[in-house]
Design a protein around this ligand. Structure first.
Ligand SMILES: C[S@@+](CC[C@H](N)C(=O)[O-])C[C@H]1O[C@@H](n2cnc3c(N)ncnc32)[C@H](O)[C@@H]1O
Length: 261
């Protein structure tokens, strides 16, 4: 009996979770991740889109131990990075010591804050976000399920009020129509995590390439895990057809695609 009660509690908690994720949970990114984990646990790696990129481990990219700062690690909301992904992007940022960073898609600003905390003191982080007020005017429709991540203009961001706030420049606009001319040929590290639609990812990736300083630097895409079919297919198309993207890889155990030029 003493063993049965804890088991029943686990049983009903799991049942309630499954009831949610297989109904209304389909609309939530976290719950879709739950479905994916169930498939993975069952040994069935089902993915709606084919992942073409070869895999690489973070240990191969960054061979030595680093001292990184993980900021607001306990503040994740649905829409932000998981802990391992946060660790990996902090590690890459610390390793490459980028002086100018561009992020597509700010959301709560948790990754922005982490990029600021792990870059050199004089680095600048430019982070572009679509304000909720402009959602209808976006060139490529915001995907169902992504609406919830779009904040209003006044939303407080997690970097505000921190010692790193002065390193961050918040930009507002639609990434597909934004004027990138002041940022061209000047960035060392770029994180693509705005709209996940096929067309928007193609646009953001090509703009990212134009923004790299002298064509050199690092581009990281979030959500290259085949659940965002459009994003995964867009990165795959660039990899297959545009020589500049030919070196892209998936970082093992993360949702990141990665390109070092
Ligand atoms: C998944 S969240 C970004 C998460 C954030 N990078 C992080 O790591 O915490 C996606 C963000 O992209 C923004 N976004 C969506 N469509 C956009 C567009 N067309 N242009 C610019 N930002 C967009 C949303 O407002 C939202 O803040």
């Amino acid at each position: 009996m003493t063993k049965l009660i804890p088991l029943l509690r686990v049983y009903f908690a799991a049942l309630a979770y499954c009831a949610r994720i297989f109904t209304i949970g389909c609309l939530s990114r976290a719950d879709r991740t739950g479905m994916k984990l169930i498939c993975d646990l069952a040994g069935k790696r089902i993915r709606p889109a084919e992942q073409l990129l070869p895999e690489v481990g973070i240990d191969d990219l960054v061979p030595m131990a680093r001292h990184i700062r993980m900021e607001k690690a306990d503040c994740n909301q649905n829409g932000g990075l998981g802990l391992f992904d946060l660790f990996v992007i902090d590690t890459l940022c610390d390793f490459f010591r980028p002086r100018r960073i561009f992020e597509f898609g700010t959301f709560q600003g948790r990754t922005t804050l982490n990029l600021a905390a792990n870059s050199p003191e004089d680095a600048k982080i430019f982070t572009l976000d679509l304000p909720r007020e402009k959602i209808e005017a976006a060139q490529f429709a915001v995907l169902d399920g992504e609406n919830a991540f779009v904040q209003n203009l006044e939303a407080p961001r997690l970097f505000a009020g921190t010692p790193y706030a002065g390193k961050v420049v918040q930009l507002f606009g639609d990434s597909s129509t934004f004027d990138y001319s002041p940022y061209l040929n000047s960035m060392d590290f770029i994180f693509i995590d705005a709209s996940h639609s096929y067309e928007a990812v193609l646009n953001d990736s090509r703009r990212a390439l134009e923004m790299l300083r002298g064509g050199h630097g690092v581009i990281v895409w979030d959500d290259y895990d085949a659940w965002y079919e459009g994003l995964t297919n867009a990165v795959g198309l660039l990899y297959r057809t545009e020589p500049a993207f030919r070196g892209a890889k998936k970082i093992r155990g993360t949702s990141f695609a990665y390109l070092q030029l």
